[in-house]
Ligand binder design. Structure first.
Ligand code: ADP
Ligand code: NA
Length: 330
């Protein structure tokens, strides 16, 4: 094997990605495609663990793929595909389900949180086995590293445990992947509630920067971001979470260090930081939206790119699944 293999996925549930998705995940994917053999997917199988309107899901899957391309994923340099177009994911998930303890799955904190919010009648068995599908996603490609957020660490541990368990029981089959936890600097908070992370499930979208919203709408959100009653631009996550969040976003978009920015804004008020940030964001998002729109305006081209990605993915996935089936006794 040559270059390290990485794999990651993103859910198509919201249509537009938000700035946290981009700075916390997608942007790193773009960087990682250079030095790695990278597999990236839109995880529509994961999306149906909660109820989806079919037409909306189909549309959001396309919009998600278009945004990944718009953000800079290059089908020549990575494998980009839609999870449901590679049936091996569901097939391997079944095998791994049969290797997972019920109690082991029941200990997954994300399941406990989500199911507690939904109540047991609305919680699907799919949501329960969601982490096992994720295990299959990773192991199918023999991934060496999985770039994920801190919230996915437990699922990564399960992946390693199950890979080891399978290898011990049936013989060496799977690469045991390393977590590649994405940098904390990429953690983006809600602009109106800087104590909470920016999330599509926030109660209101006032502090949520959607990448496909008109740039003017987002610029306004930056300009009315919640800060504090102090006036000095400095970095202090505990005492000045709003300003610190704005500095992190600025740093991520401008490539300048937070220290450099603090010096740059010395003697200036918060308004200067907000205005500069609104301009920086607009400068980045305008060409991003144009590239995304190109793919949405040309459905045949988008289909072609995704079909090619699925074909490349299946070549690898089918090989792993054949070995697994053989070892299991099928
Ligand atoms: P949401 O939290 O809005 O539901 P997802 O869970 O679909 O978003 O996240 C998709 C990817 O984006 C994950 O890799 C996740 O770690 C990353 N991500 C989501 N929100 C943020 C955030 N506020 N800051 C940094 N990364 C984030
Ligand atoms: Na989330």
């Amino acid at each position: 094997k040559g270059r390290p293999r990485v794999l990651s996925g993103i859910q198509p549930t919201s249509g537009s990605f938000h700035l946290g998705n981009y700075l916390g995940a997608v942007r790193q994917w773009v960087d990682l495609q250079e030095a790695n053999d990278a597999f990236y997917m839109v995880v529509d199988l994961h999306a149906i663990t909660v109820e989806q309107d079919p037409a909306v899901l189909r549309q959001n899957t396309r919009i998600s793929a278009a945004q990944l391309l718009g953000a800079g994923l290059d089908p020549e340099r990575c494998t980009l595909f839609v999870q449901s177009q590679v049936p091996e994911h569901a097939q391997l998930a079944w095998v791994m389900n049969c290797l997972t303890g019920f109690g082991e799955a029941a200990r997954m904190t994300q399941f406990k949180d989500k199911s507690a919010k939904q109540g047991s009648d609305r919680t699907t068995v799919g949501l329960f086995t969601y982490p096992v599908l994720m295990v299959a996603d990773v192991l199918l490609y023999q991934a060496d590293a999985v770039p994920v957020g801190e919230d996915q660490r437990q699922h990564l541990e399960l992946t390693r445990d199950l890979a080891d368990r399978f290898n011990t029981r049936y013989g060496q089959t799977f690469t045991v992947p390393e977590p590649y936890i994405l940098k904390a600097t990429a953690k983006i908070q809600d602009l109106q509630d800087p104590a909470a992370k920016m999330s599509k499930s926030a109660a209101t979208d006032k502090g949520l920067v959607n990448l496909l919203d008109p740039a003017k709408t987002s610029a306004k959100k930056f300009k009315s971001a919640v800060t504090d009653t102090d006036t000095v631009v400095s970095y202090d996550e505990a005492a000045k979470p709003g300003v610190s969040n704005l500095l992190r976003i600025h740093s991520a978009l401008s490539g300048r260090s937070v220290d450099e920015l603090v010096a740059h804004f010395e003697g200036k008020m918060y308004g200067a930081l907000k205005t500069e940030l609104a301009d920086l964001f607009t400068e980045w998002v305008t060409p991003f939206q144009a590239r995304t729109q190109q793919y949405l305006d040309d459905p045949a081209e988008l289909d072609r790119v995704l079909a090619l990605g699925a074909e490349k993915a299946r070549a690898v996935a089918a090989e792993t699944l054949a070995e697994v089936y053989d070892r299991v006794g099928f």
